[in-house]
Design a protein around this ligand. Structure first.
Ligand SMILES: Nc1ncnc2c1ncn2[C@@H]1O[C@H](COP(=O)(O)OP(=O)(O)OP(=O)(O)O)[C@@H](O)[C@H]1O
Length: 591
């Protein structure tokens, strides 16, 4: 007997026989002749619709072999009910005499030991041959059955091949197992299709509410769905267009069992983890003065001199400080930024120099490293240095002179190796004159002094605005001409930080369309006031005078090109060309 190993097979049969005796079945009994009613069959067929669909396909391919082998192929549900049958008509007629037909139940407790009943009970492929059948009436049969399981392992039914025992076929058990495997695979694919559909439906729902930009792409990489957050980035009319990949979006492809592509989902991931420090390549701008400052800062980065960064709030002082650090030999060491204006006066020493264990009540029991020690071998960035109290200035001066720190509560001093970059929006000369800033500290910090231009002094506002939109993942947001002109006219008291936030808000409000002036929500400072009018008074007519006139106009309008052009009564482009031609820099002209 093929298939199950001999011993194991005989054990299986013997155990089944024992069970039959326990059920009270008699080997010589007549077969149970109960068949399901039409309504019951209809119901069971309905419940097993999916199984039947696939099995008819599988049996269809084997039909010729089944008939030639004078067999019948059956599908049985998990309760033992025969629900589908194909095969040799002569055998089927003979089989019907013992109820081996659709509508009959071949569970072991009904029909004694038989391949279908044993496969259900033991959950194993099995052949029951001739007199291994419990009922004598079934001895003319040889039957091979294999159980079918769902993708989650639950028994769905049985595939069975039967014939008269004289037509025994050595391959029928293998065939039953293969047919069962093929059915299981088909069910798995069917399930995964359903899963994908469900996943997509879920995504569709979550997309509506998800704050992260999400896109669905079809097999041709075309955008078929996008949530609001994504539309703001890629533009309102993006649906149907090819997705060419945008930085920050990672694409995940959902495919079926055969790795055939179904859908791709592009999700903009939030960058988690350490934020990287800025480098010089992050400093945007083509205005001659910003380029000049960048060059100076780059040279400074290659030295260890202290750097003092001056400029209004939001002009990029911290951006420059980080870029100097990342371009320096200390780039692998810490960059520690300290906002001097935020440290309460009585905590300055402990913040900057640290404290020893138990130095004062309320302090961390283990003691704490100060900012200077944390920056050892790296760079310390002392921001808002102009806002430091005189007491703190004295302490700082000592460190700069001695290059050692003494933690609060400690008797020992530690030597430190740090590069100092300081910054302030204040005019330190004035602060010194007013007695609010120590001149000796100023000269220690001054090393290389870099004054960053305000936005009003820059001729590259539009370019900068485009760069900021790009770097904030709004690559498709674009400025209308009217919005560009408004950007040029606004006085920008908050500089690049203000420009940045105006643009972010505008890109949000524009929802993927062009950014219009009303989206920017900034004041139109176009009117030329009396100060500007005064600057227009004495414009001479020679080339030198033209340069002087331009300088005056630029100075008077705080380098607002539109206003200056209006004063000079020339176009903004002409003014820009002349600035380039005469190499007029942002440094303020003398009157
Ligand atoms: N040239 C530039 N190119 C690109 N982004 C810039 C540029 N300058 C400034 N920014 C951006 O503008 C914002 C403000 O810059 P930063 O914080 O460096 O200014 P700050 O002068 O240190 O301001 P504050 O004095 O208020 O601390 C930051 O988001 C920065 O990335």
């Amino acid at each position: 007997m093929p298939s199950l190993k001999a011993r194991k097979h005989s054990e299986v049969v013997a155990t089944s026989w024992k069970r039959c005796q326990q059920y009270g079945l008699k080997r010589t009994d007549l077969v149970d002749d109960q068949l399901m009613t039409g309504r019951q069959i209809h119901e069971i067929l309905h419940q097993n619709e999916v199984l039947l669909k696939h099995v008819s396909h599988i049996f269809g391919k084997m039909e010729l072999f089944i008939k030639q082998a004078k067999q019948a192929a059956l599908l049985i549900d998990a309760q033992g009910n025969i629900i589908y049958s194909v095969g040799d008509p002569d055998f089927s007629k003979r089989a019907a005499a013992v109820q081996l037909q659709v509508g009959a139940n071949w569970a072991e407790n009904r029909k004694g030991t038989n391949a279908i009943g044993v496969a259900i009970t033991e959950r194993l492929p099995v052949r029951i041959h001739a007199d291994e059948h419990y009922y004598q009436l079934n001895h003319f049969l040889t039957c091979a059955s294999s159980p079918v399981f769902s993708p989650t392992g639950e028994l769905l039914g049985v595939i069975n091949f039967s014939s008269k025992q004289e037509n025994y076929n050595a391959h029928s058990l293998a065939l039953a197992t293969m047919a069962a495997d093929s059915l299981q695979n088909r069910l798995l694919i069917e399930d995964s299709k359903k899963e994908h559909l469900i996943t997509l439906k879920e995504l569709e729902f979550s997309m509506k509410n998800n704050p992260l930009p999400l896109l669905s792409l079809d097999n041709d990489n075309r955008i078929i769905r996008a949530n609001q957050a994504a539309l703001r980035i890629i533009g309102k009319d993006a649906i149907g267009k090819e997705f060419s990949g945008i930085e920050g979006f990672s694409i995940e492809t959902i495919h079926d069992h055969h790795q055939k592509v179904w859908r791709s989902i592009a999700i903009q991931k939030k960058v988690i983890g350490v934020t990287r420090l800025y480098t010089f390549s992050d400093i945007a701008g083509s205005c001659p003065s910003i380029i000049q400052k960048k060059e100076l800062a780059y040279k400074a980065a290659l030295t260890d001199f202290p750097v003092l960064l001056l400029g209004e709030s939001g002009t990029g002082k911290e951006l420059f400080a980080q870029s100097i650090h990342t371009a320096s030999l200390r780039s692998n060491q810490p960059f520690i930024a300290v906002n001097c204006s935020a440290i309460p006066d009585n905590l300055v020493e402990s913040e900057l120099f640290g404290y020893e264990r138990g130095a004062f009540t309320g302090a961390n029991r283990e003691g704490n490293k100060g900012k200077f020690e944390a920056a050892h071998k790296g760079t310390i960035f002392l921001d808002e240095i102009g806002d430091m109290s005189l007491r703190a200035q004295a302490a700082l001066l000592r460190v700069l002179q001695e290059r050692t720190i003494t933690p609060v509560g400690s008797a020992r001093s530690k030597s430190i190796d740090i590069r100092i970059i300081a910054a302030t929006h204040r005019n330190l000369q004035n602060e010194i004159k007013e007695g609010r800033f120590r001149a000796d500290l100023y000269y220690r910090l001054k090393g290389i002094q870099i004054t960053l231009p305000s936005l009003r002094e820059r001729s590259d506002i539009v370019e900068l605005a485009k760069h900021l939109l790009q770097s904030h993942n709004y690559p498709n947001a674009y400025l209308s001409e009217a919005a560009e002109n408004l950007l040029l006219r606004h006085a920008w008291p908050g500089n690049i930080r203000e420009l940045n936030s105006a643009l972010m808000q505008a890109a949000f409000l524009a929802e993927g369309g062009p950014i219009l002036p009303e989206h920017l929500q900034i004041a139109d400072d176009c009117q030329s006031g009396p100060e500007a009018q005064a600057a227009d008074d004495a414009v001479p007519s020679l080339q030198e005078a033209e340069i002087e006139a331009i300088k005056k106009a630029l100075h008077a309008t705080g380098w607002n090109l539109s206003k200056a052009a209006a004063l000079l009564k020339i176009g903004r482009t002409t003014l820009y060309r002349k600035i380039e031609e005469y190499n007029i820099t942002c440094l303020r002209s003398s009157r």
